[in-house]
Design a protein around this ligand. Structure first.
Ligand code: SF4
Ligand code: SF4
Length: 89
């Protein structure tokens, strides 16, 4: 089923893209496996949406409100600590 979208390209004030939670576009999502994660932060700069958050040298969370489910983070993780799952899983 397709989603109804309003008119695009409406920038009423700077930085208003934060108000659009585009994470529901995705069909798969990254599952962070904390037991395998070595906190190397390799995944952080590769995320095109800047939604992998670190705190005090630890991977804190993946912000699924903005994640598009591209899978880049899972591909670059050298420890297989991110697994892509279907959104219905
Ligand atoms: S690349 Fe993998 S091991 Fe490194 S911080 Fe990200 S999830 Fe953890
Ligand atoms: S799946 Fe893509 S958008 Fe989502 S956290 Fe990973 S790299 Fe970022």
């Amino acid at each position: 089923m397709s989603k109804e979208f309003g008119r695009g390209a409406t920038i009423l004030k700077s930085g208003n893209s934060c108000e659009f939670y585009t994470g529901d576009w995705k069909v798969q999502y990254p599952d962070h496996l904390k037991d395998k994660c070595k906190n190397c932060m390799m995944c952080v700069p590769y995320c095109p949406e800047d939604c992998i958050k670190q705190k005090d040298g630890i991977l804190d969370k993946i912000d699924l409100d903005y994640c598009k489910g591209c899978g880049i983070c899972a591909n670059v993780c050298p420890f297989n600590a991110i697994e892509m799952k279907h959104k219905d899983e």
